[in-house]
Every structure is written in C-alpha cells, then in structure tokens.
Design a protein around this ligand. Sequence first.
Ligand SMILES: [Fe+2]
Length: 318
Amino acid sequence: MASIATAYEVSPLDDRIPFGAKVSGLTRDQLEDPQIRKSLNDLWTEKGVLLFRDGDGSPEMQIELSRCFGELEPHLFKETRSEGNPDLVRLKYYPEDGTLYKVNGELRGSWLPWHSDLVYSAQINRGGILRPVQLPSWLGHTGFLCQIAAYERLPQELRERIEGLHVVYEVRINLSLNPFTNAGDVELEHFAESGGNIERRRHTFPRVIHPMVYTQADTGRKVLNVSPGFSIGIYEDGGPEGEELLREVVEYCTDPELSYFHEWEPDDMVLWDNWRVLHCATGVPPDATRVMERTTIKGDYAQGRVLGLDGPVAQFDM
Ligand SMILES: [Fe+2]
C-alpha cells in the first residue's frame, strides 16, 4: 500500500518553462502529516509555482493549504477583502461594476500587467493561493513568470549595472498610468468602485523602494526583483538614463519565453512565490463575469523600505 507521503503526484507544470510543478490528488487529511507539509514547502521553494489539481479544491482546503506555507494576513486594503472571510481577497469582474481597460485595442475586464502583489508596501507578502469561484467561458487566464530564470538571462553587463540599485513603487491602481509595464497601448475605460477608492490612497500612501536584485535565502539563487506594475523609477537615478535602464530590465522581466499562462479549471488552485514570481491577468471580455479568491501568506524578506522616513528621497520625495 502506498504511504500517505506518496499519495499525491508531482509532475512538471509545463515542459517549456524552467519553473513550476503540478501536484495532483492532494487531500485535506494529507496536510496533517508534517512530512508532507515539509515536502510541499521544499517543492515550492524549488519550483516557485505549484498547481494543485484533481484534489480537494474547496475554500477550506485553500485556507488550510495556505497555512502550510505561513501565517495568513488580511489584505492591506479592506476594499479587496472577501465579505465574511478576512483570510480571502476577492478579485472580481462584473460587467455592471468592474475595472475595464482597452489593451492594444481590445476591451478587457480586470486586466493586470506583470506585477508582484503588495510591492507598493515595504513588507511584501510571501505568496498566495488563487482559486476560481466563477470562471468566464473564455480568457481569464493568469500568467506567471520566474524572476530567477529572468536573472539568469540577464547579460553580465546589465547585472553589474543594476547591482545595488532600487526601484521605487507607489499605489497606482489605474494601471494605464504605470509607466514601466511594457504592456503596449493601455487605456482605462472604467474604474470599479473599489478600484477608485484604492487609487485615492496614492496621495497619502508612502512610496517604497525594493532592491533590483536579491538572493533567495534557502538556495543562494539571485532573483531579478523588479515588478513592472506599480514601479515608477529607479531610486538612485530618476532621470532619463535611469528610465532607460529600467525599461531595459523590464524587457527581461516580461520575456514571453519565460512565461506560463494558466487556463483555469473549476477546482484548480495555484500557489506562487511572490518574492520570486511575477503574475499578470489577461482579463476577460467586457460582458463576462469572473470571480477569484486569493489567500495572502504573510512574510517579510526585510529588503523593502518606506521612503521619506529615514533619509533623503531624491527625485521621488512626495
Ligand atoms: Fe496580483
């Protein structure tokens, strides 16, 4: 008889990309086994993205599974929390109240460029597990891209230029105004009520900086730690040369050859390491509905810093 430790299967997420794994057949009772919890944590550290499929896809499983990887925290902005459950963030698009962009000529509800969650705060969450509640009949995919792989592709000359530099981030939920997303032609058509409320925080929420490169503690691998979404410039150089350098780096962060786009099935759950993997949303057609729920796994890689509290803030002082 198979032991409980081998009662789920692990396979590559996609043979084309150098990260991610699929975990099939995981159930709630298996999470009680400390050995399984450790194996899942080790797999996550190694692979960055884990797809859980053909197992327990319930909201209870989502929360218990998330707790295998760390404590949960409520999202910084109350507008995004799920009603009745502070452990869940609700990501929703309804045709009657949803954020709508025109992206390269196509209308897309709840479109999001490549970004890290909470990168506009000093303490970036460790990760999260995303689960579909209501899926559209087409589109609505989530993209993932590994920043360890992106760093490995950086030319040596570029690695040397960015070592020791930092990127400045701010809460700018109107993503059409984000200058470094490398997403093409993006226009905001309509803001959901919750999005407009968060956007107003831009004027009072302090900007932060994060290093462009950091080292993954458990493995010693270097991470290209740049989120195109929410970035507004390089801290050490707010001028045209800094802008050009950031654009050059973002090309590597958004390299389509390193991306994986997940096409959701109803009971899927995807866990990603927010300290090493960027994600994005293709968005949905304007008349579709899409509802997803996400946990926020707490953590602090202790590299972020709030601007304006402990030193000069160069061109980015508010
Ligand atoms: Fe996100």
